[in-house]
Design a protein around this ligand. Structure first.
Ligand SMILES: Nc1nc2c(ncn2[C@@H]2O[C@H](COP(=O)(O)OP(=O)(O)OP(=O)(O)O)[C@@H](O)[C@H]2O)c(=O)[nH]1
Length: 555
């Protein structure tokens, strides 16, 4: 005689088939068991994702023991063939296992006593008539405080699990697939975040940013409270950066940093853990420092432990570049110890090698940058020097005017240019010579003579236009090349120079003194060469001297 009517079954099946969610199905199954009012408690155990254990997914006890429901929720029972557990047996044998109340021992006896049970049985979550090779999603443990778990009860449950068997199999598979997918998605997201970190680190050149980013990544991966970066510099292990996760560790961080400035770890294995890790090029792990703090330590380590206070897990990993240690990473926890697995160590080793490369790359980049800047700076110095030398080569030191060499080059160039031009606007030159300069020197001294030479040059400089060129020809003689200047123009210019100098007073060490100049000028004529043009101007100057000095003559 079936317990469930066809109508009830249909109704229930409709509800069961409307969901693929495991938790909804378990709730439905729970509701059904409750509504039967045949038991004082039950546990629904389902196979875990690995298929090697059962996990209690739904637990219901009488009100007296409801406080235990949380304890047994998600309780894991390994599916080992020799286990005394009823559920394991029911699962592996795919049949109902009833507790032997009279001869119960071990775990079964303990549970019977614990929950004051009169009977207990575990049933597979499939109907008795199901094929032995069909999948089994789990078991139900039936608990009874009063009375026995009778055949009638077991028959009703057989009907019930028959309804739930296949949907539970599907829901379980779906849940694990979904979990797997979630895990895969989380792993993919983590991988792409990590890739991003690698790319950013590779582009990073500022050491401080490298340490910050790296510490951030390390704290993300493992729950350390503090990470320190030590690098070998000038033969000692210098603390480059100490990062913390929580501001409450700031005081000890700052104190340790201060201490390390005056007590850097040396390249000597006996100087402490950091030195040891560096010299041996191998990680050093203290799972719980509190347990070994009575053992002998180097003075640096002793001081460090005192400053940092309550260090629990301490790990030191060499920072390597191409397998050679260039520094040490130190990790600390302060409150709790941290389990560091073999795979964590491998990860930290790989990360620290990556850090080593990033640091060296950053250093090389900065070195290149510095070298580049130095080259640019030297180039500028060189350019200035070249400019200065060029100026020295083309100018006269005493007067600041262009020198004879420049005059020669420039006059030749301008004659050539002038000949090519069709408009033939005049090209004139004026030769200016200080009168009786020998006497002046003799009377007032060479220094006064120099002041006058510079002063005369200044007066000439004031009168020339941008396109003209004033030069010191040598001694006390000056020449000016005037572009686009006809005979009348050069005469006017020469006269202006003569009057300006005659009216100028020069402040020399022999007192305020004046001089006069004679000027010979000429303008380019057809077929003129440098020599012929200059010779004509020189003749004009000669005549100016002949005719009494302090005058101009044109030719
Ligand atoms: N102080 C000074 N004197 C110079 C310099 N270069 C040349 N002299 C002097 O200039 C004088 C030129 O003399 P001279 O060529 O005889 O001509 P001068 O005495 O000016 O007579 P005239 O040109 O005929 O009026 C010489 O005494 C040179 O020593 C210089 O750089 N500084």
């Amino acid at each position: 005689m079936a317990y469930y009517s066809i109508a009830d079954k249909c109704l229930l099946l409709e509800k069961i088939n409307s969901t693929i969610e495991l938790s909804t199905l378990l709730d439905l199954l729970g509701e059904q068991i409750d509504s039967l009012e045949l038991l004082d408690g039950y546990l629904i155990n389902l196979l875990d994702a690995s298929g090697t254990a059962l996990i209690s997914r739904k637990v219901h006890f009488t009100s007296e023991y409801q406080f235990l429901e949380n304890t047994y929720a998600d309780y894991k029972i390994e599916l080992t063939p020799d286990a005394a557990n009823l559920s394991v047996k029911a699962y592996l044998q795919k049949q109902i296992i009833q507790a032997d109340i009279v001869n119960a021992t071990g775990e079964v006896k303990r549970l019977l006593g614990l929950w004051k049970l009169e009977d207990m049985a575990a049933i597979p979550l499939m109907a008795a008539e199901s094929k032995q090779n069909s999948k089994l999603p789990g078991t139900i443990v039936l608990l009874k405080q009063q009375g026995k778990i009778t055949h009638e009860i077991l028959d009703i449950f057989d009907e019930l699990v028959a309804l739930f068997h296949a949907p539970l199999c599907n829901a379980l598979e779906y849940a694990y697939l979904k979990d797997n997918q979630d895990r895969l998605e989380a792993a993919a997201a983590e991988q792409s975040r990590f890739l991003q970190f690698i790319v950013e680190m590779n582009n990073m050149t500022s050491p401080d940013r490298i340490y910050d980013m790296f510490a951030h990544e390390l704290f993300h991966k493992l729950t350390f409270d503090m990470v320190g970066f030590f690098l070998l510099e000038n033969e000692v292990l210098v603390s480059k950066k100490i990062s913390i996760t929580n501001p409450r560790y700031e005081a000890r961080r700052a104190k340790w940093e201060q201490f390390l400035l005056s007590h850097p770890y040396q390249q000597n294995t006996t100087d402490g853990g950091i030195s040891h890790t560096f010299m041996r090029n191998t990680p050093l792990l203290f799972p719980d420092v509190q347990k070994i703090k009575h053992l002998p330590m180097s003075s640096n380590d002793q001081a460090t432990m005192k400053i940092l206070g309550g260090v629990r897990t301490l790990l030191m990993v060499p920072i390597r570049h191409q397998n050679h240690p260039i520094g040490v990473l130190t990790f600390f926890t302060f409150v709790n110890t941290l389990d560091i697995s073999e795979s964590d160590l491998i990860l930290l080793n790989n990360l620290s090698a990556f850090l080593g490369t990033a640091i060296i790359n950053g250093r090389n980049y900065l070195l290149n940058l510095e070298q580049h800047r130095e080259i640019e700076r030297l180039n500028l110095v060189l350019q200035d020097k070249v400019k200065e030398l060029a100026e020295q080569a083309s100018t006269d030191k005493l007067t600041g005017l262009f020198n004879f060499r420049t005059f020669e080059l420039e006059l030749n160039r301008r004659i050539n240019e002038f000949e090519r031009h069709t408009d033939k606007a005049g090209l004139s030159i004026a030769v200016i010579d200080i009168d009786h300069f020998k006497k002046f020197n003799d009377a007032h001294g060479h220094n006064a003579g120099n002041v006058v030479l510079a002063g005369v040059a200044r007066e000439i400089g004031k009168l020339v236009r941008k396109m003209d060129l004033a030069c010191r020809y040598g001694g006390e003689e000056f020449v000016v090349i005037l572009a686009k200047c006809d005979p009348e123009g050069i005469r006017l210019f020469a006269e202006r120079v003569r009057t300006a100098i005659a009216g100028a007073v020069f402040d020399t060490d022999a007192g305020k003194l004046s001089v006069t100049v004679s000027v010979g000028c000429t303008t380019h004529q057809a077929e003129d060469t440098y020599e012929s043009l200059f010779k004509r101007a020189d003749h004009a100057l000669y005549r100016a001297k002949e005719n009494g000095r302090n005058r101009i003559e044109t030719a």
